[in-house]
Design a protein around this ligand. Structure first.
Ligand SMILES: Nc1ncnc2c1ncn2[C@@H]1O[C@H](COP(=O)(O)OP(=O)(O)OP(=O)(O)O)[C@@H](O)[C@H]1O
Ligand SMILES: [Mg+2]
Length: 229
């Protein structure tokens, strides 16, 4: 599956007229590709990731994932498509506090199946072993370190083997050491799964671990120029 973003625009209505946050974004990513997006606060990075992740709709423009034109789908079909094909990792882990680590990784599957599926449970255990949490399956989020919580979030994002993995400031709340570990883990997991990966980050070191970097400035994407400012 290829991701093709074409002339994507997003305007927010405000009291002083429409605010143009994305001003015609074009982007193409192939399976196995990874891209870091940097850029100043307020430049539109999260807005872009939310729309690519289908959590919001654009004002105009299109996104195709494989053969599917995402925004031609109605809300329910889009939610189902997202659950299967797109994995999301946020700055905050978004884990359910009352659920165990293993249950949290299975949360995306409960919405669909409504009951436990042994094959998915096996996949969840394997993923948790691969992110180094085989010994933490029955812990609750409050009983984990920040880095461990983020590793659970990575495993949860991968449960359905998504073609597209999106991370918005995945290391933003972590100290330097766990930040590196989570960054490395993301890259490793995306390579092993041959998924497409987009990481929004302020962390230039993390960005450099990915093969490609771009910079968002005032709603447009350009090549990253580290010495640019
Ligand atoms: N729902 C909304 N309504 C109106 N304006 C919005 C809305 N969401 C975001 N914005 C505006 O869009 C701009 C881009 O926001 P966005 O969150 O995409 O920035 P960002 O690049 O992710 O910044 P940061 O690095 O601080 O996370 C900001 O100026 C913000 O105020
Ligand atoms: Mg943001």
């Amino acid at each position: 599956m290829t991701l093709a973003v074409t002339q994507l625009r997003k305007d927010y209505p405000t009291r002083s007229g429409p605010l143009s946050v994305l001003r015609g974004i074009d982007l193409r990513i192939e399976p196995g590709d990874a891209l870091a997006i940097l850029g100043p606060s307020g430049s539109g990075k999260s807005t872009l990731l939310q729309i690519v992740g289908t959590l919001d709709r654009p004002t105009s423009g299109s996104i195709r994932l494989g053969e599917q034109d995402l925004f031609e789908l109605g809300d329910r079909a889009l939610a189902r498509f997202r659950n299967r094909h797109i994995g999301f990792i946020f700055q905050d882990h978004h884990l359910l506090p009352q659920c165990t680590v293993l249950e949290n990784v299975l949360v995306p599957t409960l919405a669909e199946a409504g009951k436990r599926d042994p094959a998915l449970e096996k996949r969840a255990r394997e993923l948790l072993a691969r992110v180094g949490l085989a010994e933490r399956l029955e812990h609750r989020p409050a009983e984990l370190s920040g880095g461990e919580r983020q590793r659970v979030a990575v495993a949860r994002a991968l449960i359905y083997t998504p073609e597209l993995l999106l991370a918005d400031e995945p290391t933003g709340n972590l100290d330097c050491k766990s930040s590196q570990a989570v960054g490395q883990l993301l890259v490793e997991m995306h390579r092993q799964e041959n998924s497409m990966l987009i990481v929004v980050t302020h962390n230039a070191d993390l960005a450099r671990t990915l093969p490609k970097q771009m910079e968002m400035n005032d709603g447009t994407l350009a090549e990253w120029n580290p010495a640019g400012r």
